[in-house]
Design a protein around this ligand. Structure first.
Ligand SMILES: N[C@@H](CCC(=O)N[C@@H](CS)C(=O)NCC(=O)O)C(=O)O
Length: 242
């Protein structure tokens, strides 16, 4: 059976990482049996989650996991789509992963109030005397990562402008379709659902969340994904009116 290495549910989300949720939704779409393991971070081959173990092979990175599932398990996540439609779906997935993701990282990790509401909890298991040092180092690393990517070189306002343009494009393209490319979820929906659910998370007070909250079709898309893949969380999200 496939093992998916995850952080574990947090913030009312299936996982705080959209890439972990994406990998899990891909497994669900593929109809493959899998189990979750939340103890794998320290052995992550690329220092990040998700990764999977599938019998003899370990694959790190959500998109490489997709490629593996396509090859080894002969899954076509985009069945029924033309080449042009597949290309469009891919481009939307990568737009969200490359732009919106980094704005969300910036908003959750570098804004003190949002950090206190969310990511600070990850450090509770650390011994109290060294916890502030660990937190400071990890936040410094996040800042460096944002800078290395390039997104972190922009002002917060510029980042938000970039992310909201991508959200507008996504919302306009989605229109009143249930899924990105029509009536059936495709591979890109795994990633885009995960990102949209994350950025709508009501725990965080962010400009991207406020913007996404003005798009009824993105909220409905998130709710559709929760109902389909995470019905327990769908009920809780509905109860909280989030
Ligand atoms: N390109 C990777 C990105 C994975 C990624 O950035 N994971 C983050 C969480 S969202 C992580 O594990 N961060 C922990 C760290 O950098 O130490 C993928 O698609 O899987």
């Amino acid at each position: 059976m496939i093992t998916l290495f995850t952080f574990g549910p947090a913030f009312g989300l299936p996982d705080p990482s959209p890439f972990v949720t994406k990998a899990e939704v891909l497994l669900k779409l593929a109809g493959l049996e899998y189990r979750r393991d939340t103890t794998g971070y320290c052995r992550a081959p690329k220092g990040k989650l998700p990764y999977i173990r599938d019998e003899d092979i370990v694959i790190a990175d959500s998109t490489l996991i997709r490629f593996h599932l396509e090859r080894r398990h002969r899954i076509d996540f985009d069945v029924g789509l033309s080449r042009g439609e597949r290309a469009t779906a891919w481009a939307f997935e990568k737009m969200v992963e490359d732009q919106v993701y980094w704005a969300v990282v910036r908003e959750r990790w570098l804004d003190d109030a949002n950090f206190d509401r969310g990511p600070r909890r990850f450090f509770e298991p650390a011994p109290a005397p060294i916890r502030p040092l660990i937190i400071a180092k990890v936040r410094r690393d996040v800042r460096k990562g944002l800078h290395a990517h390039g997104f972190g070189r922009h002002s917060l306002d510029e980042m938000v402008q970039l992310a909201t343009r991508s959200l507008d494009a996504l919302s306009d393209f989605l229109g009143d379709k249930p899924w990105l490319m029509g009536d059936v979820p495709c591979g890109a929906d795994a990633s885009i659902f995960a990102s949209v659910a994350g950025l709508l998370c009501p725990l965080f007070d962010t400009a991207t969340r406020s913007h996404a909250g003005t798009k009824p079709n993105l909220i409905a898309y998130r709710d559709r994904g929760l109902a389909r893949w995470y019905p327990d969380l769908a009920d809780k999200t509905a109860e909280a009116g989030a």
